[in-house]
Design a protein around this ligand. Structure first.
Ligand code: NAP
Length: 304
C-alpha cells in the first residue's frame, strides 16, 4: 500500500517508516523542509491545503507531526506552537485528504492520553470524557480537527498514545541518561500512574489500525500497555534494566519540579491509569505487556 506520513523524522515516524518499507509498502514522507529524495514531498502544516495532488493516489495517511510537548518550557508562545502545530496542521491535512481524487481510505492521526487529564490514578478507557487543563483541551481540538476527513467518509482513527518507550527519543531517552548512572529520582511522591507503551507495540498497533479493512476500526484507541506502572515502579525498572541499585529516597519534590519546569511538570506528575480497552477488544496482542521486558527490549534493540 502507498502511505503518506507526516512527522516521519520523529521517534514514532522513523520506526513506522522503516517498518512499512521493510514489508514492501511505499511511503511518501511529507516534510516541512525542501525534499531530499523522490520519496519526499514538501508540505506546509499551516497552509489550508496540505498538498493535493500529492495525496491523490495514496491509500492512507499517518499523521504524526507536532511540536514536541517535552522539548521546551511551556511559555505562552510555545503553548501556542504545541496547539497550532497539531490543530491547524490536522485540519489542513484532513481538508486536503478530503479533496484528494481518489480520497485515501484512512487517516490514522496521532493523539495522546493527555485527553483524559489527571484522573488521580483512576482507571479509564476510551469512553471516558476529556479532562481539564491545557493538554486535554489541545487533544480535544486536535481530534476534532480531523472532521473534514470524517465528513468525506475517510476512516479516521486517533492514536491516544501513552508514554512511548523507545531508546532514540521521547521520555525514555531523557530518563535513561540519569538511570544509566543509578541517579534517576522519583518525581513527587512517585505514586502517580504512568501509562506507557513500548515503541515496538506502538508501531504494531499503528499498523494494526492502518492495515485494517474494517470500517469500524475508527475513533479513539488508547495505545497503552495493559499494565500501567507508578512513577516509582518505572524508575525501579529502569535502574534494574541498567543493573544499578535503586535508591527510593532519591526524589524531586513536586513543588521543586513545578518551579524548575513550570506547567510542563504536569507531564511528569499527572496520574492516569489508561487501559487499551478497544485494542484488546479487537484482538490486538501486546508483545511487551510488562514494563521490565519492554525496557530490556527497547534499550537493546531497534523497534520491529
Ligand atoms: N512519543 C510519545 O511518548 C508520544 C506520546 C503521546 C503522543 N505522541 C504524539 O505522537 C506524535 C509523534 O510523536 P513522536 O514522539 O514521534 O514525536 P517527535 O519525535 O517529537 O516528532 C514529531 C515530528 O513532528 C514534526 N514537527 C516538529 N515540530 C513541528 C512543528 N512545529 N510543526 C509541525 N511539525 C513539527 C517533525 O517532523 P518533520 O521535521 O519530518 O516534519 C518531528 O520529527 C506527536 O504528535 C506526539 O505528540 C507521542
Amino acid at each position: 500500500m502507498k502511505v503518506a506520513v507526516t512527522g516521519s523524522s520523529g521517534l514514532i515516524g522513523t520506526a513506522l517508516t522503516a517498518s512499512l518499507r521493510a514489508d514492501g509498502h511505499q511511503v511518501v514522507r511529507l516534510v516541512r523542509r525542501p525534499p531530499r529524495g523522490a520519496d519526499e514531498v514538501r508540505w506546509d502544516p499551516r497552509a489550508a491545503d496540505a498538498g493535493d495532488p500529492v495525496l491523490s493516489g495514496v491509500d492512507a495517511c499517518v499523521h504524526l507531526a507536532g511540536a514536541g510537548v517535552g522539548d521546551h518550557r511551556w511559555t505562552r508562545g510555545y503553548k501556542a506552537e504545541i496547539r497550532a502545530s497539531r490543530v491547524l496542521a490536522t485540519r489542513a491535512l484532513a481538508t486536503a485528504l478530503a479533496a484528494a481524487q481518489p480520497a485515501p481510505k484512512a487517516l490514522i492521526s496521532a493523539s495522546a492520553i493527555g485527553w483524559y487529564g489527571d484522573t488521580g490514578g483512576g482507571e479509564v478507557t476510551e469512553d471516558a470524557p476529556a479532562g481539564k487543563g491545557f493538554l486535554s483541551r489541545v487533544v480535544f481540538d486536535w481530534e476534532a480537527a480531523a472532521d473534514p476527513a470524517r465528513q468525506a467518509d475517510i476512516r479516521v482513527a486517533h492514536l491516544r498514545s501513552g508514554l512511548v518507550l523507545g531508546k532514540s527519543g521521547g521520555v525514555l531517552a531523557r530518563l535513561a541518561r540519569p538511570a544509566r548512572f543509578g541517579v534517576l529520582p522519583r518525581f513527587g511522591d512517585g505514586s502517580q500512574v504512568m501509562s506507557w507503551i513500548s515503541l515496538t507495540d506502538e508501531i504494531r498497533a499503528i499498523r494494526f489500525l492502518l492495515e485494517s479493512d474494517d470500517a469500524g476500526r475508527s475513533g479513539a484507541y488508547n495505545l497503552t500497555a495493559p499494565n500501567p506502572v507508578t512513577d516509582s515502579e518505572l524508575t525501579a525498572a529502569l535502574h534494574h534494566a541498567f543493573r544499578r541499585p535503586d535508591f527510593g529516597w532519591l526524589r524531586v519534590p513536586a513543588p521543586v519540579l513545578r518551579l524548575a519546569l513550570g506547567e510542563m511538570s504536569s507531564e511528569l506528575l499527572t496520574s492516569a491509569r489508561v487501559l487499551p480497552g478497544r485494542l484488546l477488544a479487537a484482538g490486538f496482542e501486546f508483545r511487551y505487556p510488562a514494563v521490565g521486558a519492554a525496557l530490556a527490549a527497547e534499550l537493546t534493540t531497534q523497534a520491529a
